[in-house]
Design a protein around this ligand. Structure first.
Ligand SMILES: NC(=O)c1ccc[n+]([C@@H]2O[C@H](COP(=O)([O-])OP(=O)(O)OC[C@H]3O[C@@H](n4cnc5c(N)ncnc54)[C@H](O)[C@@H]3O)[C@@H](O)[C@H]2O)c1
Length: 320
């Protein structure tokens, strides 16, 4: 599949899923605006991206409208258009509750909620407002939002639902992604007659920044993690959706693991991350080194937290 000429903006492109997605778009001749709030420790990634001659590496915090607007201007100056936006940058549970990323609802503070919702909902809205404008002028484009499976409800009887991942101690992250998902589906309807598709994708539990540290901390608490997927597993559905307009697929929420399987791209086992002996891959080890390593966490919470590890179906995108 060639995406020659397509201009795609990827937030959170310095690491993890965003970095992997950028590589896959570049391999298909697309042009990429790689936005992140920090390229510290990812300088080699930035240099490699820029050496292709088809990437604008830009630094912006998605919660800062001025820095987002400056990145949009640089993108338009460089490429003249924007065809797709992948809203991938997020505050993760591990940022608030390092190293294991676990918190009960009553342990969270108002500040935790403000931070999480500020990045994942308002920050994503800021980026979307900014980069959808050129798409609306073109009358065509695609907005993709990276959500998480733990944010949705599952039906248990007609007219009755329950949460999908409610034992995972993943608040306020899952709540922020639920709000983001809902907002995205409303936006899809608003833009249906204006050419721009809006869709949400759910990764499975994916090996990205700090995964080794999280897994080690949870092991010390007596918990086990669902096996991780490689960050590249999300790329096929992103590549597919980036070419959509509202005349095609829009207003959908898509589980990437299932999508790969249904499109002949392999089931979860074929996308498994294969760890080194200590549960960290080399990229993770490099990042941890840059971050100065991680603390072992509190080994006293094992019994309380056991439910967190066993909750979910392992495919639901339990993102710490
Ligand atoms: N890893 C998983 O298991 C998993 C599962 C479900 C969903 N997700 C979602 O996938 C997306 C990517 O996560 P990841 O696991 O690759 O994480 P990651 O930590 O490896 O990468 C996230 C990137 O976003 C950037 N970022 C964070 N806050 C930002 C801000 N305010 N402005 C600009 N950039 C910012 C970070 O610097 C980082 O480079 C997120 O939306 C996450 O919620 C991840």
């Amino acid at each position: 599949m060639s995406l020659s000429g397509l201009v795609v903006v990827i937030t959170g492109a310095a690491r993890g899923i965003g970095q992997a997605a950028a590589g896959q778009f570049l391999a298909r001749d697309a042009r990429v605006v790689a936005l992140d709030r920090s390229w510290d420790g990812a300088e080699a990634t930035a240099t490699a991206m820029e050496s292709t001659g088809r990437v604008l590496v830009t630094t912006a915090d998605i919660t800062d409208p001025d820095s987002v607007a400056a990145s949009r201007q640089r993108a338009l100056d460089r490429f003249g258009r924007v065809d797709a936006l992948i809203n991938n940058a997020a505050c993760r549970q591990r940022y608030l509750f390092p190293p294991h990323g676990l918190a009960s609802v009553l342990e969270t503070t108002d500040q935790d909620w403000n931070t999480m919702l500020g990045v994942n909902v308002l920050g994503t809205l800021t980026v979307t407002r900014s980069f959808v404008a050129p798409m609306l002028e073109q009358g065509r484009g695609s907005v993709i939002v990276v959500g998480t499976g733990g944010s949705v409800l599952q039906p248990v009887a007609p007219g009755v639902w329950r949460g999908r991942n409610t034992g995972s101690r993943n608040e306020p992250y899952d709540a922020s992604k639920a709000a983001l998902c809902n907002m995205s589906l409303y936006l899809a309807e608003e833009l249906r007659d204006r050419g721009v598709a809006v869709n949400v994708v759910f990764p499975g539990a994916t090996h990205t920044t700090g995964s080794g540290e999280i897994a080690a901390a949870r092991r010390r608490l007596g918990l086990t993690e669902a096996p991780y997927l490689r960050p590249e597993h999300l790329a096929p559905v992103l590549l597919h959706l980036a070419g959509q307009s509202s005349a095609g697929e829009t207003g959908l929420v898509i589980d990437a693991v299932r999508w790969n399987r249904d499109h002949g791209l392999g089931d979860a086992d074929e996308w498994r991350h294969t760890p080194l002996g200590d549960g960290r891959d080399q990229a993770d080890a490099r990042q941890d080194e840059h971050d100065g390593g991680g603390d072992a966490g509190d080994p006293g919470q094992g019994d309380d937290l056991q439910q967190a590890a066993s909750a979910g179906d392992g495919q639901g995108g339990d993102c710490p």
